[in-house]
Write a protein that binds this ligand. Structure first.
Ligand SMILES: Cc1ncc(COP(=O)(O)O)c(C=O)c1O
Length: 401
């Protein structure tokens, strides 16, 4: 008998919800607030730097762990912002986005059967990547509306099989920014159980109100046991370039470089050079403050539009997503809500059940991305006003299929 065309690790993977919602958005002419990428260009200075790098023939393989200029810029930016020195020679590895950084880190750490704790809801790549490494995911739930976790549930998840815990802050899809106390608890458990923390900090420059980003690696006792992942995609609005990095102590970096060299070997050279230029000037030029202020304005526009529909909007302190609560409106689950939004209202959103190990546990929410031009958000607001009208009718009268 012929074998199935795919390996067993493909079971349950399917097509990501992002691809499905984008397909529906195109088919229905909907405004796509689903997948998390900007519809506006990144900074000219960064584009010009890439053009110059290509013209200067920086077009061959970079060193596997990254161009020295980029590693130095990453180390300096981290130290300037978060106060902990980083050695660019032995503590920084350039990766092809944070996604490859996570893959390299998990392959470097996890043996078959090892457990990896993840806070649920989680960015959907985590589960697949833990399984690719042969690991067993151990979800710990974050509860709305403020997405706190139960400290007892977290403590109970740690045990002799725990190898790593993944912490994403600022958090996708909830907009939560982990507090110092929450991180201190994670740190204490990591030290008690000899566990490595992998942090995903791709939204660290997109913060609102009085939110402060604290890298877990900077807490006492954590530098030696934390891998800090980041990426320039969100910070410089160039998600397609896939330039990211992993910061970790020298022994952990050696392990990451060992897997990274055989995953991609290296990341695109001219884009590394351009991102070095971007990082070198970002803090002094006020770029980070401008980025956060521009996102605060977009968040306000989408927040108003969603509230006007009668949906209640959950707080968002970081990242570029808002979650709207549709419980009580008659939708059986978040997938029907999002299908309705894309087909009937003309606005695509993502159902957060895609970010749960057991989708049945997900509350009826929709995730809207506001990394969009103000015109895009205004156009979405006009369409969402139609949802408010439909809302007035009895839920049973709607087609939610
Ligand atoms: C939490 C989180 N981590 C990682 C990524 C992907 O980062 P990259 O494009 O650098 O691989 C995303 C993109 O949406 C994300 O939301």
């Amino acid at each position: 008998m012929a074998r199935a065309p795919g390996a067993r690790r493909l079971e349950g993977l399917g097509v990501t919800i992002f691809s499905e919602m984008t397909r529906l958005a195109i088919a229905h002419g909907a405004i796509n607030l689903g997948q998390g990428f900007p519809d506006f260009p990144g900074p000219d200075l960064v584009k010009e730097a890439a053009v110059l790098a290509i013209r200067a023939d920086l077009n061959q393989y970079a060193p596997s762990h990254g161009l020295p200029r980029l590693r130095q810029a990453v180390a300096r930016a981290f130290e300037q912002s978060y106060g902990h020195p980083v050695d660019p020679e032995v503590e920084v590895t350039v990766t092809t986005g944070a996604t490859e950084g996570l893959h390299a880190a998990l392959l470097a750490l996890v043996d078959p059967g090892d457990e990896v704790i993840v806070f649920e809801p989680f960015y959907d790549a985590y589960l697949a990547q833990i399984r690719f490494a042969g690991g067993v995911p151990r979800p710990v739930t974050l509860w709305p509306p403020d997405w706190r976790f139960d400290p007892n549930e977290l403590a109970a998840a740690f045990g002799p099989r725990t190898r790593a815990v993944i912490v994403n802050t600022p958090h996708n899809p909830t907009g939560k920014v982990f507090t110092h106390d929450e991180l201190a608890l994670v740190a204490a458990l990591c030290q008690e159980y000899d566990v490595v923390a992998i942090t995903d900090e791709v939204y660290d420059r997109i913060l609102y109100d009085d939110a402060v980003h604290i890298p877990l690696a900077t807490l006492p006792g954590m530098w030696e046991r934390t891998i800090t992942l980041n990426s320039t995609g969100k910070t410089f609005s160039m998600t397609g370039w896939k330039v990211g990095w992993a910061i970790a102590s020298a022994p952990l970096t050696r392990a990451i470089r060992a897997t990274h060299q055989f995953i991609t070997f290296a990341t695109a050279t001219p884009f590394q050079e351009a991102m070095a230029v971007a990082l070198e000037q970002a803090a002094e030029s006020g770029y980070y403050a401008e980025l956060a202020a521009a996102y605060a304005e977009r968040r306000a526009v989408l927040h108003r539009a969603l509230e006007a529909t009668g949906l209640s909007v959950l707080p968002c302190r970081g990242s570029y997503f808002l979650l709207a609560d549709a419980s009580g409106l008659g939708f059986p689950d978040d997938v029907s809500l999002c299908r309705y939004l894309v087909t009937e209202v003309g606005v695509a959103a993502i159902p957060p059940s895609a970010f749960y190990a057991d989708p049945a546990r997900a509350p009826v929410l929709a995730r809207f991305c506001f990394a969009k031009r103000l015109e895009t958000l205004q156009a979405a607001a006009e369409r969402l006003a139609g949802f408010a009208g439909m809302n007035a009718s009895a839920p049973s009268a709607r087609s939610v299929g």
